[in-house]
Design a protein around this ligand. Structure first.
Ligand code: ADP
Length: 461
């Protein structure tokens, strides 16, 4: 029997353009869902994509929104692991960055196109990801789309909130400008459309799902989610075990697995040589966007009052200019701290594959990806005990042993305690290696989550 069809609509994808972890999910989850569905991925064909896929035009259509005609062209990419469609329209795609220009119009147009394609091709499931695609739930319902609408919240911090007067231009009917629809404190909230008009809402870990039922983590939408609680679930994000495999990662200096863990030391040497770091003390690393979410301010506050002993800390990241300046200033006073400013995928892989400890002091982390990569690459994670970090590191039914070190809060004394505990572990080689081998053996892949999505979708529609 033919599998049901699923349209997976998303604003970014690891192989074409990435601004965050959403791109990783967009690459891996459709692959896992192929077991149950005939998956088609749909994303915009931005002018500023890193990679240009080889494309064939498959359709074009016009949509009239607020008396203006928008002409869309649909392309299919060749040689992709699942069917991949790109949609082009000038207002949607002529951009230097995903988030430059008229962002509200861009993602409203994308959502109109998604709903149109879902309806025309009679997809069984429409799977929407974050606020960029949320309006498609409303537009699809307006078209009496008969399939099941799934909306996945990847990060509640970003909801797509714009001035109400945009509504007509975006093709949003006046009747939805009410508090029980898209209105949100006198503004227009795209995310609400996904929550209200979908048949199933998910978010990327169970703990984050619980957290979103309360403020402040729901950023104003806790009561809305409460109202729709019966269709709201947490499904843990997985890791693409092929993409992130220390045995076959071409970006690593030296490949290894749990049986050849000793070879990992060569990646460690490479990192230490490249940044002139001492090789004999524990090597800690932080990889991530420099912003408040990632807990960098708390890390800086701690480093301002504590000198690193018996440890080196390598920080790689880019983002907030003020945070970067603070890190540069700190580097001048802390001999054991090194800050690399920039985004460098190959370097990050070698850090995962060489450092002893990966630090994730995030204030909140819906799911978190870095800790999963670290576990797979044998770096011991030190993380704040919140949301997805809790769910993937604390002992659980599927992984009964502790998978890293959890900090109860981001108070300076908890950083000190975690570093001391880690340094002590570093000195007990056998224990450290046992933990590394254990985390490397855990199945962090997407199959379990894909099965859960399948069950939830089957129950929802
Ligand atoms: P978010 O989704 O909040 O952006 P995640 O932790 O989910 O963060 O994913 C971030 C991804 O980006 C991870 O794969 C991480 O390794 C990678 N990354 C973040 N900053 C950098 C950097 N400066 N250089 C290389 N890779 C980075």
């Amino acid at each position: 029997m033919a599998k049901p069809t699923l349209l997976f609509a998303v604003s970014e994808h690891l192989h074409y353009i990435k601004t965050g972890g959403l791109a990783d999910v967009a690459s891996a989850l459709p692959k896992a869902l192929e077991r149950y569905y005939d998956v088609t991925l749909l994303m915009p064909l931005y002018d500023c994509m890193n990679t240009s896929p080889s494309l064939k035009e498959v359709a074009n259509f016009s949509l009239t929104i607020d008396a203006l005609h928008y002409r869309f062209t649909l392309y299919e990419a060749a040689n992709t692991p699942y069917r991949t469609l790109f949609i082009y329209e000038a207002n949607l795609c002529k951009v230097t960055q995903i988030y430059s220009g008229d962002v509200a119009l861009r993602f409203a147009l994308f959502s109109h196109a998604i709903a149109y394609i879902a309806q025309q091709s009679r997809f069984s499931v429409l799977s929407l990801h974050d606020w960029h695609t949320a309006l498609a739930a409303l537009f699809a319902k307006e078209k009496s789309f008969e399939g099941c609408i799934h909306f996945n919240i990847h990060n509640m911090l970003f909801q797509g909130v714009f001035a109400l007067h945009n509504a007509a231009k975006l093709g949003i009917s006046k009747r939805y400008l009410r508090f029980d629809a898209l209105e949100f404190y006198d503004q227009l909230n795209f995310m609400k459309a996904g929550i209200i008009f979908s048949d199933l809402i998910t978010t990327v870990s169970e703990s984050y799902a619980n957290a979103l039922l309360q403020e402040p983590k729901a950023h104003g939408l806790a009561s809305t989610l409460h109202y729709y609680k019966k269709k709201f679930y947490g499904v843990q994000n997985g890791l693409d075990m092929q993409e992130f495999d220390p045995m076959h990662d071409p970006m690593l200096q030296v490949n290894y697995d749990a049986n050849t863990l000793q070879n990992r030391a060569q990646n460690r040497d490479y990192i230490c040589n490249r940044f002139a770091l001492p090789k004999t003390v524990a090597l800690f690393a932080f990889i991530g966007r420099l912003n408040e979410q990632k807990g960098v301010l708390e890390l800086i506050a701690w480093l301002q009052q504590e000198t690193l002993h018996n440890a080196t800390l390598l920080i790689i990241g880019e983002g907030d200019a003020q945070i970067a300046a603070q890190l540069r200033a700190l580097q001048a006073t802390q001999p054991n701290l090194h800050f690399f400013e920039g985004y460098d995928e190959a370097l990050s892989r070698n850090i995962y594959g060489g450092c002893d400890f990966l630090l994730m002091p995030s204030r909140f982390e819906p799911s978190g990806l870095n800790q999963l990569i670290a576990m797979r690459y044998g770096a011991v994670v030190i993380a704040h005990d919140v949301d997805g970090l809790h769910d993937t590191i604390a002992p659980s039914a599927t992984a009964p042993k502790q998978r890293g070190l959890l900090m109860p809060s981001l108070e300076p004394h908890h950083f000190s305690a975690a570093f001391s505990q880690a340094v002590a572990l570093y000195e007990k080689r056998t224990e450290l290696e046992a933990l590394q081998r254990y985390t490397m053996s855990i199945d962090l892949g997407w199959q379990r989550s894909a099965a859960r999505y399948h069950t939830l979708l089957s129950q929802s529609c």
